[in-house]
Design a protein around this ligand. Structure first.
Ligand code: Q9C
Ligand code: ZN
Length: 334
């Protein structure tokens, strides 16, 4: 299977995150990509397709913000990486402010995700990696792997959070739509609900979003991913949320994924994007499912059996030493 990666994706390297009330080492490290690179025979560098495929998903003012945020933070006299800490909550009047502290809150939904000096460069190439994998499938490959890092599925059209800045799955899906694929499905099997992907396609009847994830009643991102969220307007019925209780093993996960795949089959898409997170692994340090390395091959086999051209984008997975093996197992089942 063709696999894509650009070394510039390593340039996003925040120092710390706010986790459970304290600053801890940032979990979403460049090492994650290195762990995957060690098990993949060969990766190709993506072509540079410019900002158009990014702007097909994200707003221009959000992209401008991402480019300038770190420099604005420095200009404000700060050390370290910008992390949002004040938000314009629901019901406040919209204000267009220029202060970096205010901008951080305007374009985010949580305080877990810093913008480091190299972040824009890294996420730009991260997006190109997703576009390259999509283009490979659009030109005849059965499947292609985008070694995305940082992940993307918590990022919406105009916000970052959950370690995500640009929504690589959404960018790949929209790329397929713009290339003429009439219906696209996204299967999200990261441990966490992909709130950003859901938001981006909420009112879209042409992109089906199905997610298996930890119940947001107990797990991040809490405010999205409940079973009664099914999309709105022309997108009503094109969102499917399948939350599972903590402790889920292969049997429960596989049954939920089968429901997602049945719905995707009924939607009859021309292309499938898989948001693959390995944070469902039993050894993951921030998650609570019990999948084994072997299980990923089984789950991938079920996905392959649907027979759709498939773009796989990497999302979470924080047991870094095992990440490469888990990804290799998943890709081997496709
Ligand atoms: N104390 C992805 O896997 N931290 N993002 C939760 C819990 C955020 C994970 C804090 C986890 C985001 C793509
Ligand atoms: Zn996750």
């Amino acid at each position: 299977m063709r696999a894509f990666f650009d070394p510039r994706q390593l340039r996003h390297a925040p120092v710390a995150e706010l986790h459970n009330g304290a600053f801890t080492a940032y979990q979403e490290t460049p090492d994650r990509a290195e762990s995957i690179l060690r098990v993949i025979a060969q990766t190709e560098r993506p072509a540079d397709r410019g900002e158009a495929p990014i702007l097909a998903v994200h707003s221009a003012d959000y992209v401008d913000f991402l480019k300038s945020a770190h420099a604005l933070w420095r200009e404000a006299g700060r050390d370290g990486d910008p992390i949002p800490y004040a938000w314009p909550i629901v019901g406040r009047r919209p204000l267009r402010l220029n202060r970096i502290d205010a901008l951080l809150g305007q374009f985010s939904f949580d305080a877990t995700t810093p913008i480091a000096e190299g972040t824009w460069d890294a996420v730009y190439w991260n997006a190109q990696t997703a576009v390259a994998a999509a283009d490979a499938v659009l030109t005849g490959e059965r499947a292609a792997f985008a070694l995305c890092r940082p992940p993307g599925h918590h990022s919406g059209a105009d916000y970052f959070g959950g370690y995500c800045h640009l929504n690589v799955a959404a960018i790949a899906a929209q790329r397929a739509r713009d290339a003429g694929v009439k219906r696209v499905a996204i299967l999200d099997i990261d441990y966490h609900h992909g709130n950003g992907t859901q938001d981006i396609f909420w009112e879209r009847g042409d992109v089906f979003y199905a997610s298996v994830h930890a119940d947001p009643a107990t797990d991040y991102p809490f405010y999205w991913g409940h079973a009664d969220e099914i999309g709105g307007g022309p997108g009503e019925g094109a969102t499917l949320n399948l939350p599972l209780a903590r402790g889920a093993r292969l049997a429960e996960f596989r049954a939920a994924q089968a429901r997602a795949l049945a719905a995707i089959r009924a939607f009859d898409p021309g292309l499938l994007v898989v948001s693959f997170g390995a944070d469902t692994f039993e050894g993951d340090p921030i998650s609570y499912f019990q999948l084994t390395t072997e299980d990923y091959r089984t789950l991938a086999g079920d996905i392959a059996a649907v027979g759709l051209p498939t773009v796989i984008v990497q999302e979470g997975g924080y047991a870094t030493a095992a990440l490469g093996s888990n990804v290799r197992s998943f890709l081997s089942g496709l």
